[in-house]
Design a protein around this ligand. Structure first.
Ligand SMILES: O=C(O)CCC(=O)C(=O)O
Ligand SMILES: [Fe+2]
Length: 320
């Protein structure tokens, strides 16, 4: 077999071995494939079937669950511009956001991004909610497994990150890319170049190519899907936490096929109030931290505001 584009972390390997592969992947690539992860293919395919059914509804129907003030729900085509510098159009995808359910009126719902999900009508899309929730739960459990390995890979106790994930922020983001070909000349991208904001991202795609990464500041490299594997990558928050030792790598999606594409991203983030400050283990030779301490919530909100046209309006309750 040809060498994979980025390392493969197998959860079937002994923990110490997997942690070592993960460490190399995180320091050199910021991306890896995750295999033997235990999330059943049936569940994944059911989640994809549900999203295809949702995105095939009319715009009017989809807009009934337009992202609310908690930023959960539907975001139409071009609402997101991941690379405002190079893009002259909004990204050619539409999407959805779901998270951990937070009861309206509960103290936690006072926090930005925390609140109830908005689900499409069950009679129009029977089974949609069950398939999507089952997938969300499965990837969240996988996220917890990865946290252990991540801690071990940094030479920390396996449960180091656990206290920061007692009320995690979970963002499930089903995406539907249009068939429109990307054009660098026209500043049109399926998903513009960006780094992810948070801690860990778990991505599945429908098998269509398009995802590219840039690790050297110059060349874009394809990261083709491996059947059954997750694409995983690290976001800026983990780079901050590890004082730059673990990389948050620039990536984008380009459409060269003229075909539609579906993917489901899952962003696994700490509690809103979790403090994110450089780990002492990552401060070599008394080198000062590269970033001031922050909280997970403040960090995420800053990035949402920069990339989502609808976010500010939704969060303040203004008509978008
Ligand atoms: O759809 C993909 O392949 C990548 C999506 C992505 O990078 C993101 O949503 O942050
Ligand atoms: Fe991304």
């Amino acid at each position: 077999m040809e060498d994979p584009a980025v390392p493969i972390v197998s959860l079937a390997a002994p923990e110490a071995e997997a942690a070592e592969v993960l460490r190399l992947a995180c320091t050199e690539h910021g991306f890896f494939y995750l295999t033997d992860h235990g999330v059943s293919e049936e569940l994944v395919q059911a989640a994809f079937a549900a999203q295809r059914a949702f995105f095939s509804r009319t715009l009017e129907e989809k807009m009934r669950i337009k992202a609310n003030k908690y930023y959960r729900g539907y975001t139409p085509f071009a609402e997101e511009t991941l690379d405002p510098q190079r893009s002259r159009h909004g990204d050619s995808h539409e999407g959805l956001y779901y998270g951990r359910h937070v009861e309206e009126g509960s103290p936690e719902a006072e926090l930005p991004l925390h609140g109830p999900n908005q689900w499409p009508d069950e009679t129009a899309l029977p089974g949609y909610r069950a398939a999507t929730e089952a997938y969300l739960q499965a990837v969240a459990a996988l996220g917890c497994r990865l946290l252990r390995l991540l801690a071990l890979s940094l030479g920390l106790a396996a449960d180091h990150f656990s206290p920061h994930f007692t009320r995690p922020m979970l963002f499930l983001r089903p995406l539907h890319y249009s068939a429109e070909r990307s054009s660098e000349a026209e500043g049109l991208y399926a998903a513009g170049a960006h780094t992810d904001y948070g801690m860990l991202t778990f991505l599945r795609t429908d098998g269509q190519p398009g995802l590219q990464i840039c690790t050297d500041g110059a060349a874009w490299r394809d990261v083709p899907p491996i059947p059954g594997a997750f694409h995983c990558n690290l976001g800026d928050m983990l780079a901050r936490w590890t004082n730059g030792r673990y990389r948050s790598t620039l990536h984008r999606v380009v459409n060269r096929t003229g075909r539609e594409r579906y993917s489901i991203a899952f962003f696994f983030e700490p509690n809103f109030d979790a403090e994110v400050a450089a780990l002492p283990q990552c401060l070599e030779h008394e080198q000062p931290p590269l970033f001031p301490p922050t909280t997970a919530g403040a960090h995420i909100l800053e990035r949402y505001n920069a990339t989502h046209a609808g976010y500010g309006a939704a969060a303040t309750g203004a008509a978008a």
